[in-house]
Design a protein around this ligand. Structure first.
Ligand SMILES: NC(=O)c1ccc[n+]([C@@H]2O[C@H](COP(=O)([O-])OP(=O)(O)OC[C@H]3O[C@@H](n4cnc5c(N)ncnc54)[C@H](O)[C@@H]3O)[C@@H](O)[C@H]2O)c1
Length: 263
């Protein structure tokens, strides 16, 4: 299948590590030029180096996506360097609260909603005008099954992602006429640094053996009996950005080993 991605330009938020970095490498392997966004400059440098080491082109696009003015500056910088942005992957997120809702701190809730929901909307606001002008674009929002089926101890995070799901569908309806596809990928548990940190905290709290038992129980909730890897998500992002996926828009694609099966 010819994906027709060569020489496209992708801006990937939160690609200084984890799933975002894997998406950057997967796109680069298809000849896509990458703008690596994150707040973490060390992570950005590592991703840029990894893409270049693999023979691809990458640039740093450092900014905090909760700051709309900074996002506009970042988009101008990427467009000046690469001429345009064809693909926006809204991947950056924070998962701060692991307590029951009433025990969470309002300031943590605020931060989760700002990064996940406003961050996604800010980047979309800044990138879409160029896409509309060129009558071409792909926007991919990374959400979570926690927002689709509910997840205790992740109320703030899943509420923010639920907002992104609704935004995906509504904006897809607005910009479909401009030949812009907007979709979301909904991972189940995926072995990224974010999840590894969660597991580390769990081990600290309940001990190694109980944590291992809990992990086995998690796997049994997945039809394929495995937790996802970052490249499972990256492969879906490559496909949704490609020409063969041109008739898919406004969809929420679970990439979750059969954890939740939604009609
Ligand atoms: N790992 C999982 O199990 C899992 C499951 C479901 C969904 N997801 C989603 O997948 C995506 C990637 O997750 P991950 O596990 O790789 O996470 P991660 O924490 O490893 O990476 C997230 C990146 O976003 C960056 N970031 C945070 N705030 C930012 C901001 N204000 N501006 C710019 N960058 C910022 C971080 O610095 C980090 O590099 C997220 O949207 C996450 O919600 C992950």
């Amino acid at each position: 299948m010819d994906l027709r991605l060569k020489d496209r330009v992708a801006l990937i938020t939160g690609s200084g590590q984890g799933i975002g970095r894997t998406i950057a490498l997967a796109f680069a392997a298809e000849g896509v030029r990458i703008a690596v966004n994150d707040v973490n400059t060390k992570g950005i440098d590592e991703t840029v180096s990894a893409v270049r080491a693999a023979g691809g082109r990458a640039m740093s696009a450092q900014c905090d996506i909760t700051d709309l003015a900074a996002v506009h500056d970042m988009v101008r910088k990427v467009e000046a360097e690469y001429g345009r942005i064809d693909v926006l992957v809204n991947n950056a997120a924070v998962l701060i609260s692991h307590e029951m809702f009433l025990e969470t701190k309002p300031e943590d809730c605020d931060k989760e909603i700002k990064v996940i929901l406003y961050g996604t909307m800010n980047c979309t606001r800044a990138v879409l005008p160029g896409m509309v002008q060129r009558q071409f674009g792909k926007v991919i929002n990374i959400v979570t099954d926690a927002a689709r089926v509910g997840q205790e101890r992740q109320c703030n995070y899943s509420a923010a992602k639920g907002g992104v799901i609704s935004f995906t569908k509504s904006i897809a309806k607005e910009v479909g006429r401009n030949n812009i596809n907007v979709n979301a990928i909904s991972p189940g548990a995926t072995n990224s640094p974010m999840r590894m940190e969660m597991l580390r905290q769990l081990k600290e709290n309940i001990g190694e053996q109980k944590a291992a038992e809990r992990e086995e129980k998690v796997k049994r909730a997945y039809a394929l009996r495995r937790v996802g890897e970052p490249d499972d998500i990256a492969n879906a992002a490559v496909f949704l950005s490609s020409e063969p996926a041109r008739h898919i828009t406004g969809q929420i694609l679970s990439v979750n080993g059969g954890f939740a099966m939604l009609g």
